[in-house]
Design a protein around this ligand. Sequence first.
Ligand SMILES: Nc1ncnc2c1ncn2[C@@H]1O[C@H](COP(=O)(O)OP(=O)(O)OP(=O)(O)O)[C@@H](O)[C@H]1O
Ligand SMILES: [Mg+2]
Length: 475
Amino acid sequence: MPLINVIPGDKIPMAPMNVRLPAWRVPGWLLVLWWLARGLFRASVLAVRYWWLTAPAALALWVRAEFGGLVLAGVALAVAASCVGWWRLHPVSWLRFGWYPLVSRIRALVVYRRRWAAVMATCGLATAFAGDRYVPHLLKVRSDRFGDELTVRLLPGQIPDDWGQAAERLAYAFRRRSGQARSTDRPDRVVVRLVRRDPLAAVVAPLPVADVPDLGGLVLGVDEDGQPYRLRLAGSHVLIAGATGSGKGSVLWSLLRSLAGGIRSGLVEVWAFDPKGGMELAAGVPLFTRFAYDDPDSMAGVLEEAVKRMRLRAGRLRGVTRQHVPTPEDPLLVLVVDELAALTAYITDRKVRDRIKESLGLLLSQGRAVGVHVVAALQDPRKDVLPFRDLFPTRIGLRLTEPEQVDMVLGDAARDRGALCDRIPESSPGVGFVVLDGVREPVRVRFAYLTDDDIRQLGRDYRRLCDDTDQEVTP
Ligand SMILES: Nc1ncnc2c1ncn2[C@@H]1O[C@H](COP(=O)(O)OP(=O)(O)OP(=O)(O)O)[C@@H](O)[C@H]1O
Ligand SMILES: [Mg+2]
């Protein structure tokens, strides 16, 4: 047998390596002992891990052996009765500390752990390297009324966005409606939420009005955890994008409602623009200092006045302060526009359109520090409003028709991180995605809905207290 292979045409000699391992002779009894020890160890680990199953089972066996089947049935009945009693007396603590922890454990065992490795592999989240399999570790399952939250340890090389992209696949793999992934405080973990029942299915009633609006956190709706969604208006402009019927009106009205206390006391002035003929905002006329609709020329005029006001204020504040603080003498100015594209794109008169565009550009780029804020609704983010879109620091994405529109509204990679605005059903108006300060993934919220009667009532209760003669309605 040749010891050295020489590949024809190659000058380097190749030596085959002998890697035969030495054979060990092990007696049969030692092997059986090893298997038994290993089995015992694994069983003990499982018994400790699933203590909530093994402990009651052991206890039941002991009661039965010691006192008989009848006593066991009595104990089981007593436990069941005390659970029912707890539920009836204090359902909140029962659900939190009794029911959902149990459901979480059962679901972790029956639904998730059973098929975990297979689902990880088919969803592209497991990998193989150097002959070893790497499967992300499922750390914890927490169930609630609406779904399950899985805490997972990331594999080296994975980032939360990978899970964001796979979240929908995971949801379907575990037979859930939808899924979303979010990062946590710990960089080695990700939380995947798989939704069984939509927590935002119900309409949100109008929220309470504060006498002095908190401009750092106006409450406009609720998030999936039932927590209030707070929008920061101070130092910002707000763009609300959504297809027709997606509920842009409810965002505008929720915002106006949250400002209503300030409107009544004169701390906030609202100038409303309703280029679609005044249909949406007309019911709130008592709240507005200026209300312009329909006629593009007059709307351009009102915008130019806002610019003039902004410049005067900037001149006054220069060298005094860097951020305007609203007072009744010098109130916050909020310009509410129901359809931005109707001001910037659909007007046929080019001169008027240019005037409007110039004023809007100035207000958006210079208004924030001097207490002039623009809140605008927009149907189609692709329309000719591109230069303005980037001047809105706060953006809200309601139902959109195309997946590409999501990133246009909420920023790059927002859809990959879970903002599925194009998947919001038509039957859920007022549901949308927002980006919160300090939270990487967009959060799903539902805005409060004000009926026409609520809006009229709001107008009656919070009409501006100052002299009505300074109100101007310009058709
Ligand atoms: N937050 C909400 N909760 C429940 N229902 C809502 C909500 N917002 C809107 N709706 C319902 O959806 C309908 C359409 O809403 P809205 O008029 O606000 O849509 P829009 O986005 O302004 O549409 P358009 O672009 O055509 O003006 C409303 O008549 C109302 O019935
Ligand atoms: Mg509307």
